[in-house]
Design a protein around this ligand. Sequence first.
Ligand SMILES: [Zn+2]
Length: 298
Amino acid sequence: MIIGKIVGVKIKLNKWFVFLMLVYAMIDLLPQALIVFGVAFLHEMAHVFVAINEGYHVIEIEVMPFGGVAKIDNMLGCDVHSEFNIAIAGPLNNLALMGVGWLMQYCHVWNPDLTFFFIKVNLFMALFNFIPALPLDGGRIYRSLLARKIGFKKASEKAFGMSRFISVILMIGGSIGFYLGYVNALVIVIAIFLFGASNQEKQMTLYVIMKNYTKKKEDLLKKGIISGEQLVVLETTPVGEVINYALPQKYHTFVIMNHHWEIAGMITESQVVDILMEKGISITMKQILYQNKVKFLD
Ligand SMILES: [Zn+2]
């Protein structure tokens, strides 16, 4: 159900969200429900504003019972600096709202129980989203910080490992805690959700790498200049290894050496990606060089 548009972004209400609101209204918890969903909506809008500011096109946000999902045209993760800024905006927004809540409590402008509830919801959402597991904001922050040093692919792998580790710990800890009566069954549900969602994100990685290259090409076409990096590669190295070293924010050129320590050739990132898409990641740099020569003669 689409309820409106803010700064060109469609605001959609998930049908379960509408259903849940009706249930809450019936059991007299409507104010609390409105606070939870209002906070989730503002959290999502913080991501949206930063994304727009970073030059991304946001199509819609969908408000769901556990928060929201923003659909962004260009994939997030294309640019590690943007991904970091967009991701951190969500939990920072909750910390700021906590401050607003305290001020409201101090000035007695609202029902004290509801104000306290508002502060608690913001604290929970900030802490939850700082957990370094994908697809949570914390996972994106962690990945974008790592990707600056070790490249997007390796950083993603590390972030996925971390996500699986955290969800398994939450599952075991949550089950024991639930059995002993310390925690809510919601912890187990969240752990299962995290496990499934991080697997889904993993399948997107190669797609993100491709998108990432496309974005660099577009940037180069638009600005005429971007910063680059040169890598020296042995001709027998498979391209799957080579992309592990590629940094998302740099355009790469590759100097290919043979076993006589001579330069066999030099190719650009775009040439590598074109052939990679066709032939897969086990192709060697020598084969890429050869394929490019054939293409050039065509
Ligand atoms: Zn978020």
